[in-house]
Design a protein around this ligand. Structure first.
Ligand code: ZN
Ligand code: ZN
Length: 244
């Protein structure tokens, strides 16, 4: 008598859910956060920005989808301000392509742009580290700090709609931008000395800014010591500097 084959195991139940998150949820590392959260719970689906906020669709076991939904508001990144999370059930698609960040969609909306944020401690440590490739890089920034409001030219908040659009990422920056494990994953304003804006010093209306980088910095220090007033262009406007 041959042993009877066990019946095929029923496929575990799956559900799919669409969530819309509104508030200050762009430019704060929200899509990378959603990506990491979905991976953590073993869910498939996608996340995208539009001018209305962040949209995400996840699929997997009901308990995992519930846990994901609960964590969206409570574990949001530090600069995010979640005003509302709406969700509805959508048909299961049995997609098996993992979880992806889709290109942003444009359209009317009212999402909030976060303010510029002071350089974070991790970036400050890199700035002071001679072994770091952003050692003394004046435009250092990451997913959790740097310019936002100042550089936005439109919505949704993505690099092509910021004043950084004219600075294509070098290979190293592009790798950081695309790596979910990197702290600059999908950080829109990132750059480095090889690919970003450079320091320029203008010594009057007729000076096109011939001094650059450390030369500009050295001359600025000399001018300050000699009693000049400098206007330092930074995020959010100009900072006047003099020897008080
Ligand atoms: Zn930072
Ligand atoms: Zn770079």
């Amino acid at each position: 008598m041959t042993p009877r084959k066990p019946p095929p195991a029923a496929a575990p139940p799956r559900v799919r859910r669409h969530l819309t998150v509104r508030g200050a949820v762009q430019g704060v590392g929200f899509r990378p956060f959603v990506y990491t959260l979905a991976e953590e719970h073993g869910l498939t689906g996608w996340v995208t920005n539009d001018a209305d906020g962040v949209h995400t669709e996840v699929e997997g076991p009901p308990a995992a989808v519930d846990a994901f939904t609960g964590a969206i508001g409570t574990r949001a990144p530090p600069l995010a301000l979640v005003e509302s999370v709406e969700h509805r059930a959508v048909p299961v698609t049995h997609d098996d392509g993992g979880f992806t960040i889709l290109p942003s969609a444009t359209g009317p909306g009212r999402t909030l742009i976060p303010p510029d944020t002071a350089t974070c401690d991790v970036c400050l440590a890199e700035l002071a580290d001679p072994a770091d490739r952003r050692y003394r890089h004046p435009f250092i920034t990451c997913t959790h700090c740097g310019p936002r409001f100042t550089i936005v030219t439109g919505l949704p908040y993505d690099r092509p709609l910021t004043t950084m659009a004219g600075f294509p990422l070098c290979a190293d920056c592009a790798r950081e931008y695309a790596d979910p494990a990197d702290r600059r994953f999908h950080a829109q304003p990132i750059a480095c000395p090889r690919c970003g804006p450079r320091l320029t010093l203008c010594r009057g209306p007729d000076d096109p800014g011939t001094l650059r980088d450390t030369e500009a910095l050295d001359e600025a220090r000399r001018l300050l010591a000699a009693g000049a007033v400098l206007a330092v262009k930074g995020i959010g406007g100009y900072h006047l500097a003099c020897d008080a």
